[in-house]
Design a protein around this ligand. Structure first.
Ligand code: TXA
Ligand code: MG
Length: 348
């Protein structure tokens, strides 16, 4: 049954499912989330089970109002500078694709944070998401609604295809506008650190809180999915290239270009009909916003075409290009994904 157009009635139904400890998939501006009541450990356990996600990988708690934040995060453990940073970020970048790591309140179950003393919090922009959260306990834990390691869903149909029979309700709110996950920013320590590049570029964050550092390794001792090498991966083997001219011309492969100009360059260099079975472009005009919004949708599409391999092109580095390239890079690391979860995926 589970796919329902998002409206007042279906959102109420979905909130009722959350209240009795069930799972609901819902739209956000980044990607679709797989939600459970953040205060209910049994419901949280279902998320890990359905996604086949390792328990050492903490979840993001989604809120709908800033007033809820103090119930989730313990401000008393933040120094004055960190509090100032939090205020600036919340004021300017929430609601939106930014997740902030903060010291947690004791009421947040260990399963939500994988036993860490910190909690990830996000106030999403998407109206359906906020309606759902408001009608629930006010705190909805939600990872992206895909099996662990696989491409993130940017449409309700992606969730339906990947996890359909395991979720009580999938709220369909149309395509996700941003298309890449939120930026995960840790401000719990002295130096703000970006643990995962995402929908809010580093440069934007820095206009509000000054210098930040990327920390994309698992140096902090946790292994975040955004920090695992292989993640966001299609089932089809995927390679990604810096130079368009290196992208091969094979009849059984698909080509994924960043922009129309690169595709034209590739075509003119070869001066021949492309052998490639399919060519796709993330943004004809090379617009990073558009490219990010199309990224997962395009990879899902190409993944269904039955080609032997997908060859992709990196976006220009900088701004949202950092998040796009991070996802492309991780999609290309096929070797470490457990074949147990992806029986069709065989590294070459
Ligand atoms: O855009 C998004 O963030 C989407 C939508 C649904 O909101 N959610 C999402 O969740 O991408 P997920 O579970 O796929 O990624 C959550 C990221 C992971 O990299 C996780 O390790 C990190 O947030 N994270 C969560 N809690 C953390 C913590 N206490 N410390 C460090 N990283 C944390
Ligand atoms: Mg995810």
């Amino acid at each position: 049954m589970p796919l329902l157009k998002a409206n007042d009635e279906s959102v109420r139904q979905a909130a009722a499912v959350l209240a009795r400890g069930g799972l609901v998939a819902f739209p956000t501006e980044t990607v679709y989330g797989l939600g459970a009541d953040a205060y209910n450990p049994a419901a949280l356990a279902k998320i890990f089970e359905v996604k086949k996600r390792p328990c050492f990988d903490p979840l993001i708690v989604h809120i709908a109002a800033l007033e809820t934040l103090e119930k989730i995060a313990d401000f008393s453990l933040l120094n004055t500078t960190a509090r100032k940073r939090l205020f600036e970020l919340a004021e300017n970048l929430w609601p939106g694709p930014l997740t902030i790591i903060l010291p947690k309140q004791k009421t947040i179950p260990d399963l939500a944070t994988s036993g860490l003393p910190t909690v990830a919090v996000r106030l999403p922009e998407n109206k359906t998401a906020r309606q759902l959260i408001s009608l629930s306990s006010g705190a909805v834990a939600a990872p992206s609604a895909n099996p662990f390691g696989f491409l993130s869903p940017t449409r309700a149909e992606h969730v339906q295809d990947m996890l359909g029979e395991k979720i009580e309700i999938i709220l369909d709110g149309g395509p996700s506008q941003v298309g890449v996950e939120s930026t995960v920013l840790d401000i719990s320590g002295d130096q703000p650190r970006i643990l995962r590049p995402g929908g809010v570029p580093k440069e934007t964050i820095e206009t509000f809180i000054g210098a930040t550092a990327f920390d994309l390794t698992a140096a902090s001792g946790i292994t975040a999915p955004g920090q695992l090498k292989s993640h966001y991966a299609p089932r089809t083997p995927f390679s990604v290239y810096d130079k368009v001219s290196d992208m091969p011309n094979e009849s059984d492969s698909a080509l994924l270009f960043f922009d129309g100009a690169s595709r034209d360059e590739w075509l003119s260099e070869r001066n021949t009909t492309p052998l490639a079975a399919i060519t796709a472009v993330l943004s004809e005009t090379g617009n990073l916003l558009e490219a990010a919004a199309n990224l997962f949708q395009t990879l899902h599409d190409l993944d269904k075409k039955g080609v032997r391999r997908i060859h992709g092109q990196f976006a220009p580095e900088g701004g949202l290009g950092v998040a796009i390239n991070d996802r492309l890079r991780r999609a290309a690391y096929i070797d470490v994904i457990s074949p147990k979860y992806f029986p069709r995926l065989k590294p070459e």
